[in-house]
Design a protein around this ligand. Structure first.
Ligand SMILES: [Zn+2]
Length: 437
């Protein structure tokens, strides 16, 4: 441990404890801004709130609208904020990136989803854990660090970005395209997603989404032999998934430390299936007409491993369909890619991983678990567009609560995580003495 870190480490930790009330009210204030996505509401409002807060603590801020990205309109503009606090001299820049959007409320709440209610140690609300609690935690950590070490070296950045819950194109992807995440500007990125205070998330699996359609021929339902049933053709596709694709995917294991364990293999969800007549509204009282369906569609959601690649993943589904076209009479299909996200996996020996790891050990007295996420988050854009490989997710909160009713964040977890983040800043941004042997 560096002398500089241990020297006033106690003061830094005490400073964070002293900010407990500030942390609670900041988290509540963020939850009370209903940044629902879709449609992408209140992005400007939350950016202005963060702008005021961070300027008071010596940050220079930029509000950036991701004009022309999906969903951006004058009614629902995609606003982002990037705040930067320069230190007293040259050094690395540590960037904390949090998304400001939250998913729909859903049913089953017993608390006000935008009330920011506190009960004991827990603060409730949509986005409490995913991830306004993490955003508040990183702000408190940075402010405490700056107060104790005003002469630190390098820079601290905090961003609040739009649209993570819908792919991040109006948020981190846009900012990365504008150069905000280039390795020349930023050296270390921490995304305070709710992975838990003692876990470091190295990255995530990839995803490939596609629509498959099978075709038939319409005819009277009483003489189906005069037509060709597209739903039966889709049945053949699903059967081949069961006999060929699912067993092949289940046999592929990854070195990525994905949690939960079940996601340490390739997986595929079938999101939807529809064939034949359009479904009618619930209050429709008519009876179906009698037709052989000439079209059936499914949407698949294939999650893949760092050991696989995009061409292989789409290729094996296409090969299966082509095989059916050769061997099943009248089988015709179309396949259309809907979206693709490459996997991202930061090296276990990357500086941000080892540094946060040391801070978890110092603050919590245990080695961190290194994990990877089953689903994607904004690291993909920082990696692929920004070309910045030194990036992790680390933050307070319980991942399983994300997107659930009565979502909450624990105050003590946030304080502990803030200490880890501040300790990390001390390791990365304080002048180092000659390493002791
Ligand atoms: Zn999130």
């Amino acid at each position: 441990m560096d002398q500089a870190v241990t020297g006033s480490q106690d003061e830094l930790m005490a400073r964070i404890d002293a900010k407990r009330d500030d942390l609670i009210s900041l988290t509540q204030a963020l939850i009370r801004i209903p940044t629902l996505n879709p449609p992408g509401d209140c992005y400007r409002e939350i950016c202005e709130f963060l702008d005021t807060r961070l300027k008071e603590h010596g940050f220079e801020t930029e509000l950036v609208r991701a004009t022309g990205t999906p969903g951006d309109s004058d009614r629902y503009p995609r606003w982002n904020i990037v705040a930067r606090r320069e230190g007293a001299g040259a050094g690395d820049c540590v960037h904390f990136n949090s998304h400001t959007d939250v998913v729909e409320i859903g049913r089953g709440w017993t608390r006000d989803p935008f009330g920011g209610e506190i009960d004991g140690d827990l603060i409730y609300g949509r986005g409490a854990c995913d991830m306004k609690g993490g955003l508040a935690t990183s702000i408190i950590a940075a402010e405490a660090f700056i107060e104790v070490y005003p002469d630190f070296q390098g820079a601290i950045e905090i961003s609040g970005t739009a649209d993570e819950e819908s792919g991040g194109y109006g948020g981190v992807a846009y900012l990365a395209e504008q150069g905000f995440f280039s390795p020349q500007r930023v050296q270390h990125v921490i995304i305070p997603e709710p992975l838990h205070k003692d876990r470091i998330c190295l990255g995530h699996r990839g995803g490939w989404w596609a629509e498959i359609e099978t075709f038939g021929e319409i005819a009277h339902g009483c003489m189906p032999f005069l037509g060709d049933c597209a739903v039966r053709h889709m049945g053949a596709v699903l059967e081949r998934f069961e006999t060929d694709l699912y067993p092949a995917m289940a046999a592929r294991r990854t070195d990525m430390p994905v949690i939960p364990e079940g996601a340490r293999q390739s997986t595929m969800n079938i999101n939807s299936i529809h064939g034949g007549q359009p479904e009618q509204a619930d209050d429709y009282t008519g009876l179906p007409s009698h037709c052989v369906p000439d079209s059936c569609r499914i949407v698949i959601d294939r999650r893949y491993l760092a050991e696989e690649n995009h061409a292989q993943v789409s290729g094996e589904v296409e090969a299966l369909l082509k095989d059916l076209a050769e061997n099943r009479s009248n089988f015709r299909f179309a396949m259309r890619e809907l979206n693709h996200v490459a996997p991202s996996m930061t090296d276990r020996t990357a500086p941000v991983v080892t540094t946060v790891g040391k801070s978890v050990q110092a603050v919590l007295g245990k080695a961190p678990d290194l994990v990877a996420s089953p689903g994607t988050y904004d690291q993909k854009h920082i990696d692929r567009i920004g070309k910045l490989k030194n990036c992790i997710a680390y933050g307070p909160g319980i991942l399983e609560l994300a997107h659930k009713p009565d979502e909450y964040i624990g105050v003590q977890d946030m304080l502990d995580s803030a200490k880890v983040m501040a300790h990390t800043l001390a390791q990365l941004l304080l002048p180092r003495e000659a390493p002791r042997t």
